[in-house]
Design a protein around this ligand. Structure first.
Ligand SMILES: C[C@@](CO)(OP(=O)(O)O)[C@H](O)COP(=O)(O)OP(=O)(O)OC[C@H]1O[C@@H](n2ccc(N)nc2=O)[C@H](O)[C@@H]1O
Ligand SMILES: Nc1ncnc2c1ncn2[C@@H]1O[C@H](COP(=O)(O)OP(=O)(O)O)[C@@H](O)[C@H]1O
Length: 289
């Protein structure tokens, strides 16, 4: 049996450089893994038993639609492995939250099956499969602090963010990533683009104030007008003394950077009373490879 913890991510920056001919958007974003995680365990089965998945994902009715199932099928088919596999999922990352919950589960499947079947595949081979299923899965394989370009699948390791306390607030609405990207053209002329160079410089200097100053996400301009609660959550987090607060990915989760774990606990206990939301105190996580 193999067990993998699949970390969620936040976007320290998210910039869109343009629309591509394949319909996706060209992005440039600094991504950071965090220690909020799903846990997946993998056990070999006989080939005729196929892929059996235990554990529900809200809104995903059929197991075959789960990214976990799709990733397992892709792995077994690609490497012509004549075996079944049983996968147990403990879901902790909120779904459709901007935290890459589905992508990180898929990445965990590639890592888990690589170990279970003793394939010794390198990160490049795993990333090749990842790209076929989703833009964020390659980052979830790598983890840590990365600059992601292309549609998100081209990764460059950059200076790691110092270990930092983060508070996550996920209001009880689900946001479709596809919908957010689809509506970006309506706001693109009025957005303030994040400064990725300034972010990278601050990361090199381990300057948390600088990192806070350089946070920026152009998708806020699409998601916040539709879900104004996100702006209220950002404001409250600042009022309660967070160093900075911003929406992650396509939203709706807001993450706040806070100076220590006591402050994080204080903020969690207060903000839980203000909003109908899932609230977590977490830390930044290190890379997987
Ligand atoms: C916005 C981000 C930021 O990290 O994260 P989430 O909010 O989903 O966590 C990502 O770009 C989400 O990546 P991911 O969730 O893997 O997206 P995919 O499954 O590849 O694509 C979902 C849909 O989003 C759109 N899409 C995605 C990535 C991209 N660079 N341009 C796009 O236009 C496409 O319309 C696609 O149909
Ligand atoms: N294992 C999974 N975990 C979460 N979502 C999944 C999974 N498999 C498929 N999905 C689908 O992917 C969509 C995006 O989910 P998720 O990755 O959690 O969003 P985001 O990247 O915005 O955090 C969900 O609404 C759901 O329909």
């Amino acid at each position: 049996m193999v067990t993998i913890n699949a970390n969620a991510k936040i976007n320290l920056t998210l910039d869109i450089l343009g629309k591509r001919t394949d319909g996706y958007h060209e992005v440039s974003m600094v991504m950071q893994s965090i220690n909020l995680f799903d846990t997946l365990t993998f056990t070999k089965l006989d080939a005729e038993e196929g892929i059996i998945l235990h554990g529900d994902v809200k809104g995903v009715a059929k197991p075959e639609d789960n990214l976990i199932y799709k990733a397992a099928k892709l792995f077994l088919d690609t490497y012509k492995i004549n075996s079944g596999v049983e996968i147990n999922l403990i879901k902790r990352i909120p779904v459709a939250a901007g935290l890459a919950g589905g992508s990180t589960d898929a990445a965990a499947v590639f890592r888990g099956l690589n170990e279970l079947f003793e394939m010794n595949l390198g990160i490049n081979a795993l990333c090749k499969m990842a790209e076929q299923l989703g833009s964020d899965i390659s980052f979830c394989l790598m983890g840590g602090t990365m600059l992601a370009t292309g549609r998100g699948e081209i990764l460059q390791e950059i200076s790691a963010m110092p270990k930092t306390n983060i508070v996550l607030v996920k209001p009880k609405v689900d946001v479709s990533t596809a919908w957010v990207y689809k509506n970006y053209h309506k706001v693109q002329d009025s957005v303030i683009h994040p400064d990725n160079k300034a972010m990278r410089k601050s990361l090199i200097k381990k300057d948390l104030q600088g990192i806070c100053k350089a946070l920026g996400n152009v998708l806020e301009y699409v998601t916040i007008p539709e879900y104004p609660e996100i702006a209220k959550i950002k404001q409250k987090l600042s009022d309660y003394g967070a160093m900075a607060a911003m929406m992650s990915g396509s939203g709706p989760t807001v993450f706040a950077i806070v100076e220590d774990s006591q402050k994080a606990k204080d903020i969690v206990s207060k903000i839980q009373l203000d909003f109908d939301a899932d609230v977590f105190a977490v830390e930044t996580a290190e890379k997987n490879f």
